[in-house]
Design a protein around this ligand. Structure first.
Ligand SMILES: Cc1cc2nc3c(=O)[nH]c(=O)nc-3n(C[C@H](O)[C@H](O)[C@H](O)COP(=O)(O)OP(=O)(O)OC[C@H]3O[C@@H](n4cnc5c(N)ncnc54)[C@H](O)[C@@H]3O)c2cc1C
Length: 415
């Protein structure tokens, strides 16, 4: 019997909606199954400029532009009196000079509604609970809102379930991450005293004197997302309720305290722990993992949505060829491409936590060429291998750190 749909997509986050947009354009029969009802809160609110290319390719940029989200034109790293300012206008890769800071409930719903308006069916409040693969199709079991189950057959399944990690769990694909456990405590605040003009849209990452870092992500609705990332042991050093903990930690950093002196919390602080994850493989005969269902590294460089959109874009293009009967090499055409992006960010995340990158950031401002190359990575252009700080990131960053530590700020190229 002919499968009911060509592609069943699990999850309507950025990965699921953009994959659906691209596959719908190719004429495939789709079903998007989403466990929650939208709008729903999810963390991950600062985009990178490369998202703009990817949203544009999926035909979703216009709808996002129309929402009036705050323009983000760079990232500022602060440590006490030191600062390092990346402006996306000064990049090695020719790409977008801005992107958006997005409350995700609004952003994700905009993407999903735009795709649904084109005729793609979204089933909300339906959770995928099981899957069985046959020779011609996959049979997906779905729990309905009234706790009944139904099944849908599909030629192919894209797992875009993010933190739900549906197929990694069901198919035993999970691998331990190489990063130690970290957690984030966060909320939205009012009363943020932002820098004036376009500077006010930049993300701040503040190195906390007690050994954490703090994000400040402003929105166009007047609210600001604020969160602390550290080891569980760090948080144990701050007794009290999550509300008390977060206030005490924020006010102990001079840059955060100055900016947020008049803050009020919009909702009680939420905690998310042990979010880093990895998988054994990214695809099988009738499925592929996309977005956070693949590997999630760390929030420090706001790479999550960019990787979600980039993997969705790539998966949609490889899957189109696959469903049309062409021979495709999922390893080379999909997995290797996705891992190139993940692995580049991995080098930067590692270098952030071992102090390599902070030494570079607070010393290398004197070398505009290097800063432009690193800026392109922070803008999400991690597939531009003409950039030595992409192609040789793992080797180039420690080398550069050694040079700047030894000779000071005016040096550092990765030839
Ligand atoms: C503390 C923290 C801060 C972060 N900050 C940033 C940031 O600033 N910028 C950034 O780009 N990224 C950030 N991220 C990462 C970001 O949250 C994710 O990378 C991003 O949401 C991934 O998108 P996705 O579409 O893959 O998954 P999601 O956005 O998680 O969407 C997956 C969807 O699948 C649905 N689902 C789950 N299980 C099922 C099921 N069984 N059946 C059906 N549907 C299901 C979920 O309800 C959800 O709607 C951060 C992450 C953390 C932990």
């Amino acid at each position: 019997m002919k499968p009911e749909v060509d592609v069943l997509i699990i999850g309507a986050g950025p990965a699921g909606s953009s994959a659906a947009a691209l596959l719908h354009r190719q004429g495939f029969r789709l079903l998007v199954v989403e466990k929650q009802t939208f709008p729903r809160f999810v963390i991950g609110e600062s985009l990178l400029p490369h998202c703009m290319d990817l949203l544009q390719e999926a035909g979703l940029l216009e709808a996002v532009e129309a929402k009036g989200f705050l323009h983000k034109c760079g990232a500022v790293f602060l440590r006490g009196a030191e600062s390092c300012d990346f402006d996306f206008a000064n990049q090695f890769t020719s790409g977008w000079a801005y992107t958006f800071q997005v409350p995700r409930a609004d952003f994700d719903q905009t993407l999903a509604d735009t795709v649904a308006a084109r005729g793609v069916e979204f089933l909300y409040a339906h959770g995928v609970t099981a899957i069985a693969f046959g020779p011609e199709s996959a049979t997906v079991t779905i729990e309905t809102p009234d706790r009944a189950t139904r099944t849908v057959t599909a030629r192919f399944v894209l797992d875009c379930s993010g933190y739900g990690r549906v197929l990694p769990r069901l198919l035993d694909l999970e691998l331990p991450t190489r990063f130690p456990t970290r957690e984030a405590l966060f909320t939205h605040v009012t009363g943020d005293q932002r820098p004036p003009g376009r500077e006010g849209g930049k993300i701040w990452a503040c190195l906390h004197p007690a050994g954490a870092w703090v994000w400040i992500i402003p929105f166009s609705n007047g609210k600001t997302s604020v969160g602390v990332v550290a080891t569980p042991e760090f948080f144990q050093g701050f007794p009290g309720t999550p509300d008390e903990q977060l206030r005490t930690i924020l006010m102990a950093d001079p840059n955060v305290a100055a900016r947020l002196a008049r803050m009020d919390f919009v909702f009680p602080p939420q905690r998310i722990s042990g979010y880093a994850c990895a998988v054994k493989r990214l695809y099988g005969p009738q499925y592929a993992l996309v977005g956070n269902a693949t590997e999630f590294l760390d929030p420090i460089f706001s790479s999550g949505v960019t990787l979600a959109l980039a993997s969705a874009n790539r998966a949609a293009s490889v899957l189109t060829r696959h469903l049309r009967g062409e021979t495709v090499d999922w390893q080379v055409d999909y997995a290797d491409h996705v891992m190139q992006g993940i692995n580049t960010f991995r080098s930067y995340v590692t270098a952030w936590y071992d102090g390599t990158l902070t030494d570079i950031f607070f010393a290398a401002q004197g070398n505009p060429g290097v800063m432009r190359q690193i800026c392109s990575v922070l803008a999400g252009y991690v597939w531009d291998t003409s950039n030595p700080y992409v192609a040789q990131a793992e080797r180039a960053l420690p080398l550069l750190a050694r040079i700047v530590r030894k000779r000071g700020p005016e040096t550092g190229t990765a030839e």
